[in-house]
Design a protein around this ligand. Structure first.
Ligand code: SF4
Ligand code: SF4
Length: 161
């Protein structure tokens, strides 16, 4: 099966931060906000919505095929899983932030002294990531590269009308 990626439709983001909240909550044991708070958990997001001037956009890990964050990790903590998803093995992480310096998208965060990033362990029963599911405007989409580009081509043609 072709691997799906999270693509950003920058023009659609309104900066509501719903994706960040959904990401954080999906990584708690309770997998819901109230359950997490009641259980004393501190939900941590793995993507970041920022604003520059009037432009608002989420920064989400691209799960690079030849990932710079993996290449620079000295301990092997940042590694590529069998499914191609790049993840951190926390016990091996020494918090040197080489991965954060190497990532061109600012997709590595800090979680209790260790690197924290998207691990795609937030998929719902239909296989859709929590951030994508939560976005009310469709600014985040989960498709194969082929599907996304086909959509782009049709839009380009439609814009000629
Ligand atoms: S954290 Fe950055 S460098 Fe690493 S896989 Fe994600 S986007 Fe690529
Ligand atoms: S949920 Fe969608 S619209 Fe809201 S900040 Fe995230 S990407 Fe932007």
């Amino acid at each position: 099966m072709m691997r799906k990626e999270i693509f950003i439709r920058y023009e659609r983001c309104m900066g509501c931060h719903s994706c960040e909240l959904a990401c954080a909550v999906s990584h708690t044991a309770a997998r819901d906000l109230f359950g997490a708070v009641l259980g004393g958990e501190r939900p941590q997001k793995r993507l970041y919505v920022d604003q520059v001037g009037r432009v608002k956009a989420p920064a989400v890990c691209r799960q690079c095929e030849d990932a710079p964050c993996v290449a620079v990790c000295m301990t092997g903590a940042m590694h590529s899983r069998e499914d191609g998803v790049n993840v951190v093995d926390l016990p091996q992480c020494i918090g040197c932030w080489m991965c954060a310096m190497a990532c061109p998208f600012g997709a590595v965060g800090r979680g209790e002294g260790k690197a924290i990033k998207c691990d795609r362990e937030c998929l719902d029963e239909e296989g859709v990531p929590a951030c994508v599911r939560a976005c009310p405007t469709g600014a985040l989409v989960f498709k194969t590269v082929e599907e996304f580009e086909a959509e782009r081509r049709l839009e380009a043609i439609a814009s000629l009308k």
